[in-house]
Design a protein around this ligand. Structure first.
Ligand code: IYR
Length: 232
């Protein structure tokens, strides 16, 4: 039997209905206030706070519990300068040829372009790598990981929620293609870049697009008994 084959008892506290609603209403108000930020204050963030957020990300479920992720916290200004240069070269190619006209139109409300000052301005980058396989430590054999994209997506969701809980802002930045980041950070052969996440406090003059979120009735579909009455 390997590690987690042994099953152990588990239970959760049962909240009353009112308590469940209070908790989720409070969580909704809190999460509703989360925004992607592109203008950061350079104020340094305590490293152990970022470590705690990564610790929380690492509690995410994953395919066959393989935990197929690595999180790199980059605070070194020299390295961030090299990353920015490489990112802007890739982004220039994306904005000037690789992205479709429709894509560029969709991005107009965000006001993005290939210039990425936040890579140097934010006090830290958390660069997430997905592990497409793992090597057996003894035999060197390649062992597969499963649902790696889904697993890493969930872990990043936890990470963003954790950073927001700490009052920190983040951006999910996806330079494309982005594997140059794995090369710059000299990641092992089994890792592919998943996301670049600049983190910090918003700059004093930070502004965000005036976005609204889809109402519940546009994203939620019920399949329940007696659903034929009044459409509710
Ligand atoms: N990766 C580019 C383009 C970009 C794409 C999407 I989809 C966005 O939501 C935002 C930007 C960039 O970071 O500018």
């Amino acid at each position: 039997m390997s590690g987690h084959d042994e099953h152990v008892p588990y239970s959760l506290p049962r909240h009353g209905e009112g308590e469940m609603r209070r908790r989720l209403d409070a969580m909704h108000a809190h999460m509703e206030a989360r925004r992607s930020i592109r203008h950061f204050s350079p104020d340094p963030v305590p490293l152990d706070v970022l470590e705690r957020a990564v610790h929380i990300a690492g509690t995410a479920p994953s395919g066959a519990h393989k935990q197929p992720w690595s999180f790199c916290i980059v605070t070194d200004p020299a390295l961030r300068q090299r990353i920015r240069t490489a990112v802007e070269e890739e982004e220039y190619r994306s904005y000037h040829g690789r992205m479709s006209r429709k894509w560029l139109v969709d991005l107009e409300p965000l006001g993005t372009d290939h210039i990425k000052p936040f890579i140097e301005e934010a006090p830290a980058l958390i660069i997430v790598f997905r592990k497409v396989f793992d090597r057996d430590e003894v035999t060197g054999e390649k062992n597969p990981n499963y649902y790696v994209q889904e697993s890493c997506g969930i872990a990043v969701g936890f990470l963003l929620a954790a950073l927001h809980e700490a009052g920190l802002a983040a951006l999910t930045h996806t330079p494309s293609p982005m594997n140059f980041l794995a090369e710059l950070l000299e990641r092992p052969e089994n890792e592919r870049t998943f996301l670049n996440i600049p983190v910090g406090w918003p700059a004093d003059d930070a502004r965000v697009p005036n976005l609204s979120r889809k109402p519940l009735n546009e994203i939620l579909f019920h399949y329940r008994p007696d659903a034929h009455e009044d459409g509710v």
